[in-house]
Ligand binder design. Structure first.
Ligand SMILES: [Zn+2]
Length: 531
């Protein structure tokens, strides 16, 4: 009897004491909470228990195994990157340092029409590798077409379309978040709009999205925006223009039109959005300088064409035109070799410099010769300086624009990658929020977190809310800086001093802890197999 009483008393005292002595695994104390909704910051403590945010408010009477003093920090949801090429590097660097040190806690792969397929094998490999960030996939239309049709420039037959539709359905059931295209790249560029719509309808059935590197981001930009809107309208699903940009000085200023198209489409009920990286230079293959009609069949076929003198002359003309009016930005010095695995001495040099090294004047014609020579010998990745700052800022200000890096996972010191891999999110917070005041801080955080969570249908991440997964970025708005430049890209961002992924501390005092708590995320059509 006495014993029962004391147990009762103990329980009673625990219940009475509970609000005062609640305990957490981690408390982030006293920071400016920016919850990812776009609402203004407020000062509060954030209590994490297990893999979730347990409570936000005044936790001054509570205890925790770990307390992070965040008085001088913004406390935000971990950033979700809707466009990465993280397969490039993730198995070499599963800690994904370049992403985590910017506050990125979820990586999305399978962009530009290129993805693993079947996606299940990749998701299983990621899960068994254990990485530091969460992982999500789109299924790539180019990958499916390559398998069903090959690399030839023709319409797919009804049988081939049926096969690709089955593949989209399979990927959606395996957990893809939608269908991606790279209509600028082979074999996406051989695909008629109607064929894309057929596949997008399948993604729509599973509540996936359509995300596209559009057919043309230079002089054909506005037609490409119209095409994307049409796909959204006829396939009946949300569409996203990924890394929205305006290439070539002739086109500068046209983002005013592309954004007007977006507003008009939304007014008609078509759910179209964008993402963007905050740089005035793009990066893709050097082969992108070739006219598309000469890219059919891939590298081997291109090399064959370059060895035929008559065809070579036509290709050269096309490259010269691209240097002058398209992604060359008017001058060979705007085209830099980024990564060239077979001759590292080219890395970081532009086509004008390489021409001069060969005792050739740096004309577009000589630059075209240099480019063809490099492509023949194995190709390279290139960086193209051909966008205007005014377009970058106009696109950033638009409420439908999210932030996405288009970057891979960097191997420190290897190659000359685009600085966006190391700097995208920190650059928006530093250069565009703090210095240029292009957008408010809360809006930037929304573009980095909830905007993409909502887009992908991730219901339990992307906001700082009790019950949500504890993906958290703690950064100093006064210090956060992208340090990577085009000349010296291998520099981590600074100022994001604490990052939690699924409740575990992955970045502490600005250093990666080595923790790898990332999880595979499954899209809205995922059907768990019972086996
Ligand atoms: Zn792309």
């Amino acid at each position: 009897m006495i014993r029962a009483c004391s147990v009762f008393g103990l329980i009673l005292s625990l219940i009475l004491a509970a609000p005062a002595q609640e305990s957490f695994d981690v408390i982030i104390r006293g920071g400016k909470v920016i919850d990812g909704s776009g609402n203004p910051w407020f000062r509060a403590d954030v209590g994490v228990r297990g893999d979730r945010v347990a409570r936000i408010g005044d936790l001054s009477n509570s205890s925790a195994a770990r307390v992070i003093e965040a008085r001088n920090y913004a406390v935000a949801p971990g950033f979700i990157d809707p466009h990465t090429h993280a397969l490039s590097g993730i198995f070499d660097v599963p800690t994904a340092d370049n992403a985590l040190l910017q506050g990125v806690t979820t990586l999305t792969e399978g962009n530009d029409g290129s993805s693993p397929f079947p996606i299940r094998a990749n998701l299983e490999k990621i899960a068994s590798t254990r990485i530091s960030a969460n992982w999500a996939l789109y299924v790539g239309q180019g990958t499916l077409r390559r398998e069903a049709v090959g690399l030839s420039n023709r319409a797919a037959t009804p049988e081939e379309i049926a096969k690709m539709k089955t593949m989209v359905a399979q990927a959606m059931e395996e957990g893809a978040f939608g269908l991606s295209t790279g209509l600028f790249y082979i074999p996406g560029n051989f695909t008629k709009t109607e064929e894309v719509i057929e596949l997008a309808k399948v993604a729509a059935r599973y509540h996936g999205i359509y995300i596209s590197h559009m057919r043309n981001e230079a002089d054909g930009l506005l037609d490409s925006v119209r095409e994307t809107i049409r796909i959204g309208e006829e396939a009946g699903l949300p569409v996203q223009m990924t890394h929205h940009k305006v290439i070539g000085s002739k086109m500068w200023g046209k983002s005013a039109d592309s954004l007007r198209f977006v507003d008009e489409a939304r007014a008609r009920g078509i759910d179209i959005t964008m993402d963007q990286y905050p740089y005035t230079a793009s990066q893709t293959s050097l082969t992108a300088l070739l006219p598309q009609s000469y890219q059919e069949g891939g590298q081997q076929e291109i090399v064959k064409r370059l060895r035929d003198p008559a065809t070579r002359a036509k290709i050269k003309q096309g490259i010269v035109a691209n240097i002058l009016y398209d992604r060359g930005g008017g001058d060979a010095k705007n085209v830099y070799i980024g990564v060239c695995s077979w001759d590292r001495s080219f890395e970081g040099k532009n086509l004008a410099e390489i021409a001069r090294q060969r005792a050739l004047p740096p004309t577009p014609e000589n630059a075209a010769e240099v480019a063809m020579d490099i492509i023949e010998k194995g190709g390279a990745r290139a960086i193209y300086h051909a966008m205007s700052e005014a377009d970058v800022e106009r696109i950033m200000r638009h409420p439908m624009t999210a932030v996405g890096s288009d970057g891979g996972i960097s191997i420190l010191g290897q190659g000359v990658p685009h600085p966006r891999e190391y700097g995208t999110f920190a650059r928006v917070l530093g250069r565009y929020v703090r210095e240029k005041k292009t957008i408010p801080l809360e809006e930037a955080v929304r573009k980095m977190s909830n905007a993409t969570a909502q887009r992908l249908g991730i219901a339990d991440r992307g906001l700082l809310r009790a019950g949500f997964f504890a993906d958290i970025a703690v950064f100093d708005p006064e210090r956060v800086t992208d340090n990577a430049t085009f000349e010296k890209p291998h520099q981590y961002a600074t100022g994001v001093d604490y990052v939690l992924v699924n409740g575990e501390i992955v970045v502490e005092r600005g250093k990666h802890t080595g923790a790898r708590p990332g999880r595979v995320l499954y899209g809205p059509g995922y059907q768990k197999r019972s086996q």
